[in-house]
Design a protein around this ligand. Structure first.
Ligand code: ADP
Length: 436
């Protein structure tokens, strides 16, 4: 069983405890991070991301709760072990680079090795190797202040890796960079995670960066609000039973409404089904699943191809498992077809709404879907309510309240269950951008 590299158990951090300006920055975080994962702690400024990061780094003791890194609580370490932990286990890069301006680039990178008693020749060789790896070796003998922001951050990445730590922390590492440099630095972090197999924990408020992570912890007001798995990445942490591929497809379809459904399906299916399959087999599996989705293989043909060796164009999965794949995939495909039909149906409806603002169709659809009728004299009121909600003049709570409140007032007089159903269904359509 894979053990987490970091376990955080109900930690609280209270700043200025007991003083008038006491502040609960973390209110009981619990999370688990596995070796080689790329994790993003995501949330608005002030939600406690950095506080959590510094607690994990061993420099901000939590007020209560427990942090275990590789099974040990760093806050129980004596000085020597703490130094070893901060040198060998964790590395960090900051938004503001934190290079020492009076030192040359190579000295900045080699500096941590002085404290580790590494002889000078080796220090410089190791530093130079990293500078080369990140494309800043030409700058080795310049002052760090003479470098561009992007170059400085690359130097900082090199420095963070000089002791070859297992976990790399990054606090808004591209917050100060232009988009080209930001992409380069993000690419480097991805490589450090994928190729050098380091656990990467990145803090950001920038949603653009989320696709880099295996998993994202969404934080709000000093707590983890939810954990989101990136369906585009092969997961390291075991996917919880109950997190089904069906909901994944649905999620994907919402996130990328314009990506082709085929592509989404192939990606999700393969991610879901391949928790323990090697990368060499995945390509063949994707191809085979793609062929099946395109209708180029029968059920038996699909199973047969799945069992073939990689050389013969298959992913070499045993027959029993292949049959299971086939069964699951057929369920998924049916569901995906339903989702697609659902989407096409509503796309058509938007078009018709755009043409003539035919709110009557929405009304008819709602009555059909939610099983209720409206007397003729109440139709004008219903249409007005629908128009108001769709155009955003009223909020969903207001819409629902008015569906329920008496017709003699400003409402529709629907029973509460129907009102809830109608409101839920309409919000779903609006949420999917059907009426934008
Ligand atoms: P984030 O990284 O999500 O922007 P932080 O972890 O830096 O959030 O801060 C969380 C909250 O704790 C903020 O409201 C911040 O003002 C407060 N805070 C951070 N550091 C301190 C400190 N040393 N003393 C008092 N309050 C602090």
């Amino acid at each position: 069983m894979l053990e987490p590299i970091i376990k955080v158990n109900n930690i609280k951090v209270i700043y200025n405890q007991g003083k008038s300006n006491e502040y609960n920055a973390l209110r009981g975080e619990t999370l688990e991070i596995y070796p080689k994962e790329y994790i993003i702690l995501f949330g608005p400024s002030g939600c406690g991301k950095s506080t959590l990061l510094y607690s994990l780094l061993g420099i901000l003791p939590p007020s209560s709760g427990e942090i275990l890194v590789k099974g040990e609580n760093p806050y129980k370490y004596g000085v020597k072990d703490m130094v070893r932990f901060q040198r060998e286990t964790v590395g960090i890069i900051f938004q503001s680079f934190n290079l020492i301006p009076s030192l040359s680039v190579i000295d900045n990178v080699a500096l941590p090795l002085i404290f580790a008693n590494v002889p000078p020749a080796e220090r410089y060789a190791r530093a130079m190797k990293l500078l080369k790896q990140f494309g800043v070796d030409q700058q080795a003998h310049k002052r760090s202040t003479d470098l561009s922001g992007g170059q400085q951050q690359r130097v900082a990445v090199a420095r963070s890796l000089i002791n070859d730590p297992e976990i790399l922390f990054a606090d808004e590492p591209v917050g100060n960079l232009d988009s080209v440099s930001a992409d380069q630095v993000m690419g480097m972090l991805e490589e450090i995670n994928m190729k050098q197999q380091k656990t990467v924990i990145l803090v950001t408020h920038d949603a653009k960066l989320l696709p880099y992570a295996h998993r994202v912890y969404h934080m709000k007001d000093g707590g983890v609000e939810r954990e989101v798995v990136n369906p585009e990445k092969k997961q390291i942490k075991q996917v919880d039973p109950g997190t089904s591929i069906l909901s994944e497809i649905e999620k994907l379809a919402r996130i990328y409404p314009y990506a082709s459904p085929e592509e989404l399906r192939v990606k999700s299916v393969v991610n879901f089904l391949t928790q323990d399959i090697g990368f060499d087999q995945i390509e063949q599996l994707e191809r085979t699943v793609g062929m099946f989705i395109d209708g180029k293989l029968t059920d038996e043909g699909f199973v047969d191809r799945l069992t073939r060796s990689v050389d013969e164009g298959g992913p070499e999965i045993d027959r029993h498992r292949a049959e299971m794949f086939e069964e699951k995939l057929n369920i998924v495909l049916k569901e995906a077809r339903d989702i697609r039909a659902y989407r096409d149906n509503f796309t058509a409806k938007v078009a018709s709404l755009r043409q003539g603002d035919r709110i009557a169709e929405v009304r008819e659809d709602l009555m059909r879907e939610c099983g209720f009728r409206i007397p003729p004299e109440r139709i004008a009121r219903m249409d007005e309510l629908l128009k108001f909600r769709i155009r955003g003049f009223i909020q969903s709570e207001d819409f629902r309240r008015r569906l329920k409140s008496p017709f003699e007032g400003d409402g529709m007089g629907l029973d509460p269950d129907t009102a809830r159903h109608v409101s839920w269904y309409l919000e779903k359509l609006i949420g999917q951008g059907m009426y934008l």
